[in-house]
Design a protein around this ligand. Sequence first.
Ligand code: ADP
Length: 434
Amino acid sequence: MRVNDSGAALDAAPRRNALWVIAAAALVFAALAMAHALGVAAAVAGFAIITAAAIFSIRTGKDAGRVIPPIAVAEPVFADPLKSLVDGLPDPVIALDRDGRVLAHNERARALAPALRQGEPVSLALRNPELIEAIGRAATRGEEQRCEFSERVPLDRRYETIVVPVRRDAGSGKPDLILMTFHDLTPLRRVEEMRADFVANASHELRTPLAALSGFIETLQGSARDDAKARQRFLAIMQEQARRMARLIDDLLSLSRIELNAHRRPETPVDLIPIIRQVVDGLETLARDRGVVVKLESAAAVNVLGDHDELVRVFENLIENALKYGASGKRVDIAVSEAQSADGEPEIQVGVRDYGPGIAPEHLPRLTERFYRVDVTESRAQGGTGLGLALVKHILNRHRGRLSIESSPGAGASFIVHLPLPGNAQNISNYNYL
Ligand code: ADP
């Protein structure tokens, strides 16, 4: 079969192989694009590359048949085209024959099912009844099947498995090949969980003051109807609860607005010093009430590219937190300086340091999460929403800056704002916050 004077059989083998590869590639890339594992452009490009390689292999096969001695003639460009195709795909992929035996798999599939062996039934490596049934259905019905597949060890991961029957020729007979692609759903699920947590937290935060308001309204309509003293007291509490709801809604709206603009970097030069002064002046009453002295050390003018109102929000949150949670230290120092970033770029640093109880190390990485508080009761008593530092993080992200926190219990806390100098703003690519 390999040696043929006319060269016809020599041409047939590589052409058959190549058609196989093109058919399989079309199905796999179409499945990946439909599952949104690959963009349409990437799928088309991937398919084009594989097709070109397959056509090249036919040509090489033909040319080789004419020039090179017979034994080298039938050597295809890809020793195992199916394996080469599967290896080149970004997701875990396993190719099976119609009896469910492994023909080829890539390294990613091997990481998912370490017991996979070529020539062995896939059911030995993937002991998932739903998946095995899906393969059986794809083989007998010749229709694409989808099912979920989850893995608990070493990490909790979820995949959508797409089982595609592939036929050598167009027709409705039994498939010659079954391709399994695993599309990782874990990041998507994580985002969904985060959204659900966020909605649950926000509703809970709103429901608490709302319940208090309803309770007082009922009391005022009932037992306290004619009690002028109680009415005064309850109205004051109701006003505070209404303010708390307003603050929360305001913070939630600010967060979503900042997120919407996250990719639009502010381009207006602003001087940080008047901003910080304005914030310190605005918090003078709070500082006096808490018996805290606020000291600002700075140069005459420090320009950055920024959004004035958002930067006011950053320093309001940090200085107010220092006054609320670090009041026992009786002092808050604000220092503005030019320093070097971790990447060696010059940057502006504004440190807000208090001498209060400080924060235990296990809380530090989570402080900028929405609704995360070290002590929920204290935060509520201080009128906190749990969104202040999340807002700070998002605003600084938009400014291509970051927030770092240094603290240890009993030694106060230092919240440091890092902002790129105007000339370096476009070079800064560090998006870490803590
Ligand atoms: P909140 O509205 O609760 O103040 P933030 O996001 O501003 O929300 O802060 C989150 C939590 O971080 C606070 O509830 C508090 O537990 C802790 N925290 C913030 N600043 C300080 C500080 N200077 N000292 C000690 N703890 C702080």
